[in-house]
Design a protein around this ligand. Sequence first.
Ligand SMILES: Cc1cc2nc3c(=O)[nH]c(=O)nc-3n(C[C@H](O)[C@H](O)[C@H](O)COP(=O)(O)OP(=O)(O)OC[C@H]3O[C@@H](n4cnc5c(N)ncnc54)[C@H](O)[C@@H]3O)c2cc1C
Length: 293
Amino acid sequence: MDKNIIHYGVELKNFNSWKVGGTAEQFLICDEKDILASFIKKKKIKLPITIVGLGSNLLVRDGGIKGTVIVMNGGLRKINNDENLIYTEAGVSCSKLSKFSAKEGLSNSAFFSGIPGTVGGALFMNAGCYGSETWDYVQKVLMINLNGDQIERKKSDFEISYREVKNSNKGEYFLAAWFKFPKGNKDRAENEIKELLAHRKNTQPLDWPTAGSTFRNPKDNFAAKLIQDCGLKGYQIGGAQVSKKHANFIINLGNASALDIEKIIIYIQKVVYEKKNIQLLREIKIIGDEIES
Ligand SMILES: Cc1cc2nc3c(=O)[nH]c(=O)nc-3n(C[C@H](O)[C@H](O)[C@H](O)COP(=O)(O)OP(=O)(O)OC[C@H]3O[C@@H](n4cnc5c(N)ncnc54)[C@H](O)[C@@H]3O)c2cc1C
């Protein structure tokens, strides 16, 4: 896909980990943040803007997305270390951030290695696992607004909680971030990544298209356990199935539509509420339009 030009009618199933969804009315990947800023400043793109990182937490509906989809992964990939402050652009993968930081002899970044998204997506979601979260290590971020202005913001400008980050300045997107990890040992940090990835392979259905954990864990509980206890492992609608390996993952067996996945999400919520009196909240984001009938 050529960068720095606007494409029309691009199939979004190639840009999300569930491999479903319709087309983008307009579609753009930029190499450099200044190029992206210029597209926005000169009003060359149609609003609304939808930002996609690696699409690993997204259900894109079958009717597609109006306006412009800007994909961060594929461009905005600069990463460097300035006196143990890691600067990374939003399109860098979390796995790259983790490996790069370990190589620089910094610790605590291993948790990023198993998150198959971009830094931008991790900032937006406050992605995390095994007791660590993205914003634990953020010093400051660079945002872009709907005028194309680039603005540095402090961590204290955001309201940060479990898988949720609120920015009172609406219409801003993450362009880059500066992370501070404690000094550590390169070999130890690299081993930690290897162990974590092996653990994930054993516990998650990584051979199938999924978007990771579909639901947030309710307070003092686990979504996967609740779904499993309701007997839903293996439950199927069309080409979508509740993973038999990890009940909070929904897999695309190959021919799922976004609607199959959305239906199974609603069904799980209904059954868990009826049987456990707990309302499961989605972790994944649903975007786009339903197909008009
Ligand atoms: C196998 C698997 C395992 C996973 N494990 C974990 C895990 O352990 N922990 C965890 O937290 N998540 C996990 N996830 C979910 C997912 O990887 C994370 O939520 C990740 O942070 C999403 O990043 P992304 O780049 O793919 O974002 P996308 O899915 O592309 O987007 C997610 C949201 O972020 C917004 N967004 C993306 N980039 C930007 C930006 N630059 N500026 C503003 N908004 C933006 C999008 O508009 C969207 O609303 C897993 C997913 C899979 C498939």
